[in-house]
Design a protein around this ligand. Structure first.
Ligand code: PXP
Length: 235
């Protein structure tokens, strides 16, 4: 069974809509652990639009679940991350005007800076995963940079789902993961109960990080059921 990381950013998005204290993302941890979710994923964005430093500190310090911290590949963020030491750091591109992470990290740009961040984090035993598009050139660079894992940005596939280019986008992912070699392969972005089943047949994908669809579904059926529905697909 592939592992599941539940991205809880959007619990914080709801809280930040009122700049208040509820709902508290920390309180989701007991539900995640009761369902044996493998990790909690969160993105501390530069603009702090959802998860705050205090959320990250409380979640990591509680040691309830392994934490996958999505972060920009900047030296400042690396320094910050070294203080908290999550199990995994997923390097993502960050752009203040975007609604969400709209594409993978381009490893052909700022390569030295990315390399430095990877080295700093991995020297402290934080596993580094690079969030990249399903592009053979990016996978080759991810290997050269010595990352532990790649997370394939599944946004294009999710967007194509049910349209005529669905098969093409699925095949793009299926083809590129074959060249991952020793890199661990994870996937995420835009995944839900409809588009996940056909991805699960790509056995090389060991882990999925899913947020928006789980939190959206939870509004109607509760977090426990929303997560269980995804787990049933991964089984
Ligand atoms: N993985 C990464 C690296 C992401 O940046 C995101 C979005 O924050 C996700 C997974 C989850 O995407 P979604 O919220 O669309 O499920």
């Amino acid at each position: 069974m592939a592992r599941l990381g539940v991205n809880i950013d959007h619990i914080a998005t709801l809280r930040e809509a009122r700049k208040g204290v509820e709902p508290d993302p920390f309180l989701s941890l007991s539900i995640l652990t009761s369902l044996n979710v493998d990790q909690v994923t969160l993105h501390l964005r530069e603009d702090r639009r959802h998860i705050q430093e205090d959320d990250l500190a409380r979640i990591i310090q509680s040691k309830v679940l392994p934490v996958n911290l999505e972060m920009s590949a900047s030296p400042q963020m690396a320094e910050f991350t070294l203080r908290y030491k999550p199990k995994t750091a997923t390097l993502v591109p960050e752009n203040r005007s975007e609604i969400t992470t709209e594409g993978g990290l381009d490893l052909t740009k700022k390569t030295d800076e990315i390399q430095k961040v990877i080295s700093l984090l991995q020297a402290e035993k934080i596993c580094v995963s690079l969030f990249i598009d399903p592009d053979i050139k990016q996978i080759k660079l991810a290997k050269e940079l010595g990352a532990f894992a790649i997370e394939i940005h599944t946004g294009a596939y999710a967007y194509a789902f049910g349209k005529k280019n669905e098969k093409e986008e699925w095949s793009r992912i299926n083809d590129v993961v074959k060249s991952a070699g020793h890199l661990k392969v994870y996937a995420g972005h835009g995944l839900n109960v409809s588009n996940l089943p056909s991805l699960v047949s790509i056995k090389q994908i060991e882990e999925y990080n899913i947020g928006h669809s789980i939190i959206s579904r939870a509004v109607f059926v509760g977090l426990k059921q929303a997560i269980a529905e995804i787990q049933a697909i991964l089984r």
